[in-house]
Design a protein around this ligand. Structure first.
Ligand code: GRF
Length: 206
């Protein structure tokens, strides 16, 4: 599985994926490129240090579709077959989604469908929920919306700030993303409508 990762910032999920691939935890896979829309994304240096090819493709004056088409072109050139969004702060247009049907995944720091969009951890703290978490899902054209692959619940503590909650959730994000990619690499998943199933032959009681 040739993986392309899109980032806009820190890149800790990207690093978790790259390291897991190196350890052989995501079988038959390789991270072939890391692309950022932001020139100053800290994750770019981290990818370079790990020997991964990096590209910066800023949106600049292009339309959303033109920008997405540029990125798709670079991914296709490298024969990427799975795109991982890891802190990529842009909504993908139809051009992008159609180029990789059911082959784009994202991680979001809440239990979707609760708290989609920006600052999910702050939304959770301010709402007063006692449990939040993280979600890995396939990507469609709506924000934080596609079929859910895996979720992990994380307790919200009484003295949590958005920052302390974000730090706690992040540890689980790194594990959950790798678990989800392992399932995809092993071709264990099947999507039916909004629901993602473990293929029958991999179910415990099959
Ligand atoms: C993570 O919390 C991720 O869930 C969200 O953006 C953050 C990115 O962090 N989509 P990093 O760049 O992976 O460190």
């Amino acid at each position: 599985m040739r993986i392309g990762i899109l980032i806009s910032g820190r890149g800790s999920n990207m690093v978790a994926i790259v390291e897991a691939v190196k350890r052989g935890e995501i079988p038959n896979s390789e991270v072939v490129v890391v692309i950022s829309d932001k020139a100053n994304a800290a994750g770019i240096e981290k990818a370079k240090e790990r020997g991964i090819e990096t590209l910066i493709i800023p949106k600049a004056k292009q339309t959303r579709e033109e920008h997405d088409a540029r990125i798709v072109e670079e991914l296709k050139k490298r024969e990427v077959d799975l795109v991982c969004l890891a802190g990529y702060m842009r909504l993908l247009s139809k051009v992008f989604i159609d180029a990789f049907p059911n082959r784009i995944v994202n991680i979001h720091p809440s239990l979707l469908p609760a708290f989609p969009g920006l600052e999910a951890q702050k939304q959770a703290v301010e709402y007063g929920v006692k449990i939040s978490g993280c979600t890995v899902h396939f990507v469609d054209e709506e924000l934080d919306h596609g079929p859910i692959i895996l979720q992990r619940a994380v307790e919200v503590k009484q003295d949590d700030t958005p920052e302390t909650l974000a730090d706690r959730i992040l540890q689980y994000e790194h594990q959950l993303y790798v678990e989800a990619l392992k399932l995809i690499a092993e071709n264990k998943l099947e999507i039916k409508g909004r629901r993602v199933f473990l293929r029958q032959e991999f179910q415990k009681n099959a």
